[in-house]
Design a protein. Structure first.
Ligand SMILES: O=C(O)CCC(=O)C(=O)O
Ligand SMILES: [Fe+2]
Length: 291
């Protein structure tokens, strides 16, 4: 099943070199589904609900309302419906809360997510999330329409089940009615599955680019692109963020804009830090460092 209406399909590629990916998708800002990408992992389809329940059932993740355990989320998403959806997203942080998973996700960059300056030790998890959010969803769950904080590139890795992924063309930002004020500028008030066209009439003109992301597949979402997801059944996914030369200028600008909204001085300090980090990574790369 898919949301209805006119749309273009997201490219799905089965075999592409890193070089061609960079040329065709990363440097041009086009989203793409890499259908074979998790084959780089030895057991790419091992991350089932049973695996999570047996190994991490009692570990917890955050939702604005309260914390939930993995076992609770597996129960809630198994019986989730569009009328009565499970809470979503509840964020489980893989590296800090489920670190045992990481050894089964090698190479973590899937031989595609590099260079990634967020890996630089200088960042220490600041100025962009370097942990990996794990999301357990169910039928009726939809993420808010948004673009990612700091314009990072995002790699949405589908570990189990499937969900619909929806991106919007670059020039359609005004049709998303971005909220205002710091980070909120990257969030839309529109409910994708039940849009209020009276309140947000321009959203009718949006022309989504969509696809169904299946277990083992990976969606590349270029930084700054508005997107959302819709689930029709139980599914589990994770996200890796990336910054490199291709989105560095946008990332640096956002670091300033978002921080300065709350505190001008903090904005300037972080902007200077972003400059130092960018130049260190750039020079490191010239000398052969692999981020
Ligand atoms: O997993 C999803 O539903 C979407 C996640 C996403 O876009 C994000 O975490 O920024
Ligand atoms: Fe996102």
């Amino acid at each position: 099943m898919q949301t209805k209406g006119k749309f273009t399909a997201i490219d799905r590629v089965y075999d592409i070199s890193h070089k061609d990916f960079v040329k065709k998708y990363q440097n041009t800002g086009i989203p793409v589904i890499l259908a074979n990408a998790t084959k780089a992992w030895q057991s790419n389809l091992m991350f089932t609900p049973e695996y999570f329940r047996e190994n991490f059932g009692e570990r917890t993740g955050a939702h604005p309302s309260r914390r939930y355990t993995i076992a609770e989320m597996l129960d809630l998403t198994a019986k989730s419906t569009s009328e009565n959806p499970a809470p979503y997203p509840v964020k489980f942080m893989i590296k800090s809360t489920l670190p045992e998973m990481v050894e089964h996700m090698q190479p973590i960059d899937l031989n595609f997510i590099y260079p990634n300056w967020l890996k630089s030790k200088l960042l220490k998890n600041k100025l962009g999330n370097t942990d990996m959010d794990l999301h357990i969803g169910g039928a009726g769950n939809s993420y808010e329409i948004h673009k990612d904080t700091y314009d990072v590139h995002a790699w949405l890795i589908q570990l189990y089940g499937e969900k619909e992924v929806i991106c919007f063309p670059w020039d359609e930002e005004p049709l998303m009615y971005p909220r205002s004020g710091g980070l909120l500028e990257s969030r839309s008030p529109i409910n994708f599955t039940k849009p209020d066209y009276e309140k947000y009439p321009k959203f009718k003109e949006a022309t989504p680019i969509k696809g169904i992301l299946k277990a083992g597949e990976v969606l590349y979402i270029p930084g700054g692109l508005w997107h959302t997801t819709v689930a029709y059944g139980q599914n589990i996914s994770t996200i890796i963020n990336q910054v490199n030369e291709s989105n560095y200028n946008q990332w640096r600008r956002d670091v300033y804009v978002y921080k300065a909204y709350h505190n001008k001085i903090k904005g300037v300090i972080d902007y200077v830090a972003a400059n130092v980090i960018g130049n260190v990574c750039r020079i490191g790369q010239l000398f052969g460092a692999r981020y």
